[in-house]
Design a protein around this ligand. Structure first.
Ligand code: C2E
Ligand code: CA
Ligand code: CA
Length: 763
């Protein structure tokens, strides 16, 4: 039995490093059984060698090492290994020199395999039973007892047990090695790495002097093909798919070769045979190990030596091989995960993550100078998807992906970064609006239908771009949005100005959201007065934002952002409720004939839950609807007239009043206004401004007042700053005003004082 697996500390032996240890599954056993005789009597030495000299056990002869004292024995044991038996005299330098040597062998040198037969001349010096057991002593004999035959039997049985012990330790050490080697293998990612790792580990297990290579399939058949191909004979054709993935030095010329190109016919034949029969092949001059995994990927390791393996070695090798197969599964799994992480499963194109990596690399390379990055967005894809179904939508996307790849694929990176958004990265000449838009001219054929698509594109030239990949992606998106707002089927290149404006807007949006959450928004109220008496008839609620460092941000700046980001829905609801609260509060202070005007944005107004929000606010605050007035702008009044009429009707049936803000800036026709059935017109500040002195043009203001009167609507002038403006408006018949001449917007506390003062004055 030749199993001797060397357990070296350096399990990872690199291929080109000659392995000087005797690490080996194949076991480099000494050709003889080595017997060490330790005895201070030279006659015992010669008698023993004479008695055992010609003995052959398990086809091996014996060889002898001689020590004439315990000290000498210790010295020899320092550098000799593979000793099967020590025939040991008990009494030498000291009476217990032999026993002490045993203790040294077992405890200090930690040699547990070697068998020990104690011999003594004097029967009275027999060691204690305990010592025999503790030190694993095989036999104890007086010298007189040891006749030739008895010695022969003792040595034979000791060698048998030595052999068994060796086998057990070998398999133990072998398993340890295998576990270590397998752990190394599990850590490897990618088929190529795994193949090199498996070759290294197997050769190191086998002792390091073997040369060979690994070959495996490039692609694996999918499941439906598997059942068919299992019984199929491996033909030249499907061998073409096999490549040499890793080699040792001797075979390095074949690295990366297609297996069919391997020059050596004998090697080709034996490897093919292994793959065909799906098993290991042990031949006199070579070995092929066969592996396959769950995904049906097959892998063969060719080794150019006859391993001459013992049964134990073969079994250990099997254990290792099954670990390799598990490792191969692992590789498959990690590469699948890798694919999921970096590729879009629908189109097979790179995904956003992969694209970002490539963009980053390009931005760091000289390619940056001549490359353009572009986002391509399919127009109206969502509608198509809804109308014709997701399956159709998927086919459409795949078809766009195919067209992009077939046209740009050679020189450009094509990716899918959003549901209907593709990306292109390549040189300026290819990645340009003309080339891309031209691709969308011919219709796409989906399920025998011609589908005409158009696309909008945003581009960024990388040459003068400073940011990283993810910034480039964002900026290209900005250009894309710009292209969408200005023209369909169009394009826009990113410019620095676009970026600055958008980034500021985004920053502000985040700041506004957190300001709202932290209650940094509050309402002020600007009184509306009857110019004839100076009496307050109501107030307009106006929103304010005071930042943490005490700065006021004007609503003209943040309201559009709140609208654009959708924050206006929540903010607007809060305004509505707070204003209602204040109205109720004012009424409790005795201001019972007082209107509260509240601004409502387009987004709020057209929100499906707007009416519900309004109901809830009234219900929760108990505010009387007839003292509430919603201000909608004239531009809103122009959009979606059907919805507007419907909503206005619902609002008015609650008893709430409606006024048209900034009147005069839009283009409402008389008949349209009539249909809307609103209560009040608010003349825009710009027209009041024009009444700066007597000579100024008060034309529009006058016209609006007359229009209102003819429609039987209340008119209010906004932004009245001078007495002259007030007098002019009064002369037109407009009695109501809101402006700095009377009061600026103020906090509730200030409003209460202001109203109290007013009352005192009027009274
Ligand atoms: P608006 O609805 O036209 O509000 C009137 C604006 O004119 C207010 O500016 C007010 O302070 C200002 N104003 C009033 N009298 C005078 C005057 O005599 N001279 C001058 N120079 N200005 C005067 P503010 O508060 O800055 O609001 C600006 C705009 O922000 C509002 O215009 C409105 O469109 C919007 N806004 C304010 N609060 C809200 C709100 O709660 N919701 C919505 N949706 N929009 C709001
Ligand atoms: Ca207003
Ligand atoms: Ca206004």
């Amino acid at each position: 039995m030749s199993a001797l697996i060397h357990s070296s500390d350096d399990e990872l032996v690199f291929l080109d490093e000659p392995d000087t240890s005797d690490a080996s599954l194949r076991g480099k056993l000494s050709p003889t059984w080595r017997i060490m005789i330790v005895d201070d009597d030279p006659d015992v030495h010669s008698a023993t060698t004479f008695a055992l000299g010609s003995l052959e056990i398990q086809h091996r002869f014996l060889s002898f090492l001689h020590a004439y004292s315990a000290a000498e024995a210790r010295e020899i044991l320092q550098y000799e290994s593979d000793i099967a038996i020590i025939l040991l005299d008990v009494v030498m330098e000291q009476e217990d020199a032999g026993l002490q040597l045993v203790s040294h062998i077992r405890k200090t040198l930690d040699l547990s395999d070697v068998r020990i037969i104690l011999r003594t001349g004097q029967p009275g010096y027999a060691p204690e039973i305990d010592a025999i057991r503790d030190y694993d002593i095989n036999d104890y004999k007086t010298k007189s007892e040891l006749t030739r035959t008895k010695l022969y039997t003792a040595v034979t049985s000791a060698i048998r047990s030595y052999e068994q012990i060796c086998a057990i330790s070998a398999s133990q050490r072998g398993l340890e090695l295998i576990i270590n080697a397998s752990t190394e293998l599990m850590a490897l990612q990618g088929l190529q790495n795994f193949a090199s790792g498996a070759l290294v580990q197997i050769i190191s297990l086998l002792g390091g002097s073997t040369e060979g290579f690994v070959c495996s399939q490039q692609t694996i058949s999918n499941l439906s093909e598997v059942s068919y191909s299992v019984d199929a004979v491996r033909t030249e054709n499907n061998m073409a798919d096999f490549r040499i993935l890793a080699t040792t030095a001797d075979f390095c010329a074949w690295t990366d070769c297609n297996f069919n190109e391997v020059a050596d016919q004998t090697i080709q034949d034996v490897v093919k045979k292994s793959l065909q029969k799906k098993r290991h092949i042990y031949q006199s001059d070579s070995t092929v190990l066969y592996f396959s995994n769950v995904a049906q990927r097959e892998l063969a390791i060719y080794l150019n030596t006859n391993l001459n393996l013992s049964e134990l070695d073969k079994r250990l090798l099997e254990v290792f091989c099954s670990n390799v197969a598990v490792g191969l599964d692992n590789v498959e799994l990690t590469s699948r995960l890798h694919n999921y992480a970096f590729y879009d499963p629908l189109t097979g194109l790179a995904n956003r993550l992969k694209l970002l990596q490539d963009l980053d690399l390009t931005l760091l390379s000289p390619l940056k100078q001549c490359n353009t990055f572009s986002l391509i967005d399919i127009d109206h894809f969502a509608e198509t998807n809804d109308a014709l179904g997701h399956h159709f939508g998927d086919l459409l996307l795949c078809s766009v992906a195919r067209r992009l790849v077939s046209y740009f694929g050679e020189n450009c990176q094509v990716a899918r970064v959003g549901s209907d958004t593709f990306a292109l990265l390549g040189n300026n000449k290819s990645v340009c609006p003309e080339e891309i838009l031209a691709l969308f001219i011919p219709p796409f054929k989906i399920e025998h239908q011609d589908v005409q698509l158009s696309a909008t594109i945003g581009l960024v030239k990388l040459s003068d771009y400073e940011g990283d990949g993810s910034e480039a992606l964002k900026d290209t998106n900005i250009a894309l949005k710009r292209a969408k707002t200005y023209q369909r089927s169009g394009f826009a290149y990113f410019t620095r100005d676009m970026g600055v404006a958008i980034r500021e807007r985004v920053r502000m949006m985040h700041a506004l959201r957190s300001a709202f959450e932290k209650e940094y928004l509050f309402l002020v109220f600007q009184p509306q007065v009857d110019m004839r008496s100076g009496r307050a008839v109501g107030a307009e609620a106006l929103l304010r934002w005071k930042t943490e460092d005490g700065k006021f941000i004007p609503p003209d700046q943040f309201i559009p952002i709140a609208e654009y980001s959708g924050l206006i829905i929540n903010i607007g609801e809060w305004v509505l409720r707070s204003a209602c609260h204040e109205l109720v509060h004012l009424r409790s202070l005795g201001h019972t004939n007082f209107q509260m005007a509240i601004n409502v944005s387009q987004a709020q107004f057209s929100h499906p839950l707007f009416m519900q929000t309004l109901h809830r606010a009234l219900h929760d605050t108990q505010a009387p609807p007839e003292y509430i007035e919603l201000e909608i702008t004239e531009s809103m009044a122009m959009k979606d007239p059907d919805l507007l009429v419907k909503t206005l009707y619902q609002i008015k049936s609650l008893g709430i009043h409606v006024s048209i803000d900034d009147f005069g800036t839009g283009f409402s026709s008389l008949s349209h206004l009539q249909k809307l059935n609103v209560d009040k017109l608010k003349i825009d500040r710009a027209f009041i401004n024009e009444i700066s002195d007597g000579s100024g043009d008060a034309g529009i203001a006058k016209m609006v007042v007359q229009l209102g009167q003819s429609l039987d609507m209340t008119i209010i002038a906004e932004g009245v700053e001078t007495v002259m403006q007030a007098e002019t408006l009064l002369s037109f018949g407009c009695h109501l005003a809101q402006g700095y001449l009377y009061a600026k917007p103020m906090t509730p506390e200030n409003l209460h004082t202001w109203l109290a003062d007013q009352r005192a004055l009027v009274a």
